[in-house]
Design a protein around this ligand. Structure first.
Ligand code: ZN
Ligand code: FE
Length: 256
């Protein structure tokens, strides 16, 4: 079945992803039900399922309203208490969506929250607030070691994988990426393209994993330029990519 992948802007900078077939659609991380209901009405689609990546309200807040309206399943992480979720999923399990003749495989990717999951399928990954374009989520409930393991898991997907994340943070993330790697030509080029898209109020997403591997400092913790920048920032030597990750993550927390 052919799908259309549509980012629906919500709140200040969230995206709710709509994966639309010809008659039905799936909504990913509907923090707000309204933009989803509007998009479904406009396209005359029914909702077949809701997928939730983690418990934060800006991702799960509209799930109950949508599930009640369409009487559809709500998939979500088994490791988190989310009211609306009636199909809890663990690593390796699948979100089955018969109406779209499709299924998404679950990866557990803790770090931003303790039970955060991603959904992969059709060369797409819905990764919530774990991997952003040119950035990654803050460590609210996990350690640097957990988050770097989670990012490594996502990074093992094919280069062509579409990265569908939860927020439009790309332009600000690229400013930080340039502070880490001022000479990285791919970051400079992408920063120009992203600024141009945002000036027309267009999404910079989805990205691709291949691009993220070239521009995202959090996926580049083993690259000499990133290691050197992190060591300069820390003021001492760093022994492994997890230490490098921890330094650039906390550096970004205070970067303006
Ligand atoms: Zn979040
Ligand atoms: Fe979020």
């Amino acid at each position: 079945m052919a799908f259309e992948l549509i980012p629906l802007p919500a709140f200040r900078d969230n995206y709710i992803w709509l994966l639309a077939g010809s008659k039905t659609a799936v909504a990913v991380d509907p923090g707000d039900a309204t933009p989803v209901l509007e998009a479904l009405a406009k396209r005359q689609l029914l909702l077949a399922a809701v997928l939730v990546t983690h418990h934060h309200a800006d991702h799960a807040g509209g799930a109950a309203i949508l599930a009640a309206r369409f009487d559809c399943p709500v998939f979500g992480p088994a490791g988190e208490a989310i009211e609306a979720v009636n199909q809890p999923l663990r690593e390796g399990q699948q979100a089955d969506i018969p109406a779209l003749e499709t299924r998404f495989k679950v990866l557990e990717i803790p770090g931003h929250t303790a039970g955060h999951i991603a959904y992969c399928g059709h060369n797409i990954v819905f990764c919530g607030d774990t991997l952003f374009s040119a950035g990654c989520g803050r460590l609210f409930e996990g350690t640097a070691a957990q988050m770097s393991r989670s990012l490594a898991k996502l990074s093992a997907l094919p280069d062509s994988t579409a990265i569908c994340c939860g927020h439009e943070y790309t332009v600000a993330n690229l400013r930080f990426a340039l502070a880490v790697e001022p000479d990285n030509r791919d970051i400079l080029d992408y920063a120009e393209d992203a600024a141009e898209l945002r000036s027309r109020n267009l999404p910079t997403l989805p990205s691709t994993l291949g691009r993220e591997r070239r521009v995202n400092p959090f996926l580049r913790c083993g690259m000499p330029d990133v290691v050197n920048a992190a060591e300069r920032h820390a003021g001492h030597e760093l022994r492994n990519p997890i230490e490098v990750f921890a330094v650039i993550r906390s550096w970004k927390d205070t970067f303006t």
